[in-house]
Design a protein around this ligand. Sequence first.
Ligand SMILES: [Zn+2]
Length: 332
Amino acid sequence: MKRRYAFLPAAIGWSTAAAALAGAAPPAQRPAISEYDRHVAVAKAAATGVAARLIGLCALPTGGERRPPAFGRERQLIAPQRVFDQLYYVGLANLSAWVIDTGDGLVLIDALNNAGEANEVIVTGMQRLGLDPAKLRYIIVSHGHGDHYGGAATLATRFGARVIASDVDWKLMASPARMNNPAWSPPPARDMTVTDGQTLRVGRTAITFYVTPGHTPGTLSLIFGVNQGAKRHVAAFWGGTAFNFAPTAANFATYAASAKRFGRIAEQAGADVILSNHPTYDNTVANLAILRDGKPADANPYVVGRQATGNFFTVASECAQARQTATQGNEP
Ligand SMILES: [Zn+2]
């Protein structure tokens, strides 16, 4: 979803807030703006490689940023692709769906916008990759927005798969107040609930779930191992990235805390691979092209290393803190 953001000179953001609050405050009383700048500076210092793809989160809104999602957008197709020995991309060029072949069934991470995309993109993609969709056992819904759950119900029905989400986002999906878009199929019926720190073991794969509230109140982020030949890597999947929640200081603080915490979890797990549920954040379009054209011995572009993985969550957390400081004192 494209939003218009711009990096405003910090003083503009502050002077608006200050004018609303206190009129002409003397320069010495400008903590809000210096705090914003300080967090942006930390984010910018960390924003190299894949982490640079998140720096736009720091930008202050220029207005109209809470527009509803674009409806009826054209489906942007991209060839399905094997990414690691057991991990495959079966999503669109602008929306992700990942499948893990555990050796004892398939686990899907996110289900695209609707039944049509699930059947025509995910199922077809699996078949093109030599995966049997009938072996689909679990569908993980990373968070309760329809671009991730929309295709879940049809796949669960067709293949008898179980659907997994957090308790909080099951409630969000069932809520009449949930975000709606005509392009999204209805949410799946409530099924399996996972809690923070729980691990799902299927075949040779273990996926650990973390509840990382922020993007939605019950966003799930994941840690799991992947292989490339003899090499073992650890993937950190960030379950919700954009700041399209109500822009309150409390919501930014919640997001920042989750990003910081999950960054530490990823570090402790030795994560060296960043995965997202939107291709723009993990460089998927470029990475898939490299994997498609490359030789088997080439380095995998998804392996960014531990430092870059840490930086990704530093940028997410620092930008959320920057937006938090720019919001404080500016709320109705
Ligand atoms: Zn979302």
